[in-house]
Design a protein around this ligand. Sequence first.
Ligand code: FAD
Ligand code: ZN
Length: 473
Amino acid sequence: MSSPASLLDTLRQIAGEAHVLCEGDLTAYTQDWRKRARGKALAVVRPASVDQVAAIVRACAAAGTSLVPQGGNTGLAVGSVPDESGLQVVLSLQRMNAVRAVDAANLTVTVEAGCILQNLQQAAEQAGFLFPLSLAAEGSCTIGGNLASNAGGTQVLRYSNARDLCLGLEVVTAQGDIWHGLSGLRKDNTGYDLRDLFVGSEGTLGIITAATLKLYPQPAARLTAWAAVPSMDAAVALLGQAHRHLGAGLTGFEVMGQFALSLVDKHFAQLRVPLFREAPWCVLLENSDHESEAHARDQFERLLETALEQGCVSDAVVAENIAQARQLWHIRESIPLAQAEEGLNIKHDISIAVSRIAEFVAATDALLRQHIPGVRLVNFGHLGDGNLHYNVQAPENGDAKAFLHDSEDAVNTLVYDSVARFGGSISAEHGVGSLKTDKLPVYKSPVALAMMRAIKQGLDPQNIMNPGRIVKL
Ligand code: FAD
Ligand code: ZN
């Protein structure tokens, strides 16, 4: 085994002196987005090619040094930063950001892992297509990170999550071999699906260096509406009506609780949140139409008329133009920021079958209120996918730090136990990282966990790929 100094020399030979960072302020690479963890790296290495990635992994494997793959470092599960040992190498894919090719006839794009999501969306648009993955971190998260954490976002309802948008991968294994799996095939039943193993593996099995992804035709029009709804049951009923009226045109269905919107109103008053004072919930709907804007508007108006008549909507507005639509989405996307402005909080990213979500919210709200008088619930999310960001804010005027210290474990247990009772998942779209590693043995079946450990041991017997994340060996 080589010394850290000789490993650093080898890494410099591979990636170039300028791309092995050891000194100066490395916080952008060593601290996670929510500032929940701050580690220390032996070095941050920024390779420029898949061959360099493979050589770096081989050098680290020979030195017995573990690697933490990193894209935009926007993950919310504390999986992309090194531990505090100062012995891990952060492998940043930032420099591998090219859009390699668009195959118009096959409706695919091949892109390097470090490509920023927004850049890929723009490249697809310039080629006349839609790349539908969309989330608030799209200006800085990368395709590699999106795939490694199987990101969801706001268009899953129609286009599904990162996993389903991926047709092929190029991966550097834990042994430093390159798997050239950049297939644009929609059908390939030649054994175990290796692509699906790496998607959602959060850097624990290998390093994604490139991907072939699905493209879609651009819709002719995208229309956004905002509706006040009297209850979560009514929001679910509206979702059913939206499916029936809009069919595949329904591309977004976001729910936002009154308190979540009141925080946006309080901290970003200039955004002018509509209708939130008059109802416990608001819903943001998006209709993407392949005919025309007039057709989309007509469909929306009929849907909202029916919903008003049946009482699942108390009031609604349809955006008049793109600027207004952007404004409505901006309000929705500002909820996490408004929540951060309000102070420390406990986040949960959960999924429940849509049919049980209203019952889950009523039961879990009641339990939390009983345990923590004055607790404030910031509840919002992708209702169309049964995915809620069911967050808990400290009571008003309380000491938020002390609240987190004293109550986080109990609140997590209460919420996750409730999720389990309703047959849901404790991580819908953010992954496991280090944040929920200790929760998996509690909430996941031992049989599933044993298979996951066998996969990890089989592909990374040295345990050098992002160790301690997802499953501990
Ligand atoms: P990173 O944070 O760098 O890494 C995430 C994980 O993937 C880590 O475990 C890392 O080791 C691994 N990884 C990264 N790159 C690679 C690679 N090339 N090969 C192997 N492993 C790799 N997520 C959603 O699903 N839906 C949302 O709506 C959503 N909204 C968000 C909004 C905000 C404001 C923020 C900050 C985050 C949000 N997220 C959301 C979290 C989301 O998971 C990330 O933003 C994104 O998918 C991660 O991409 P990244 O490039 O930043 O990855
Ligand atoms: Zn989300």
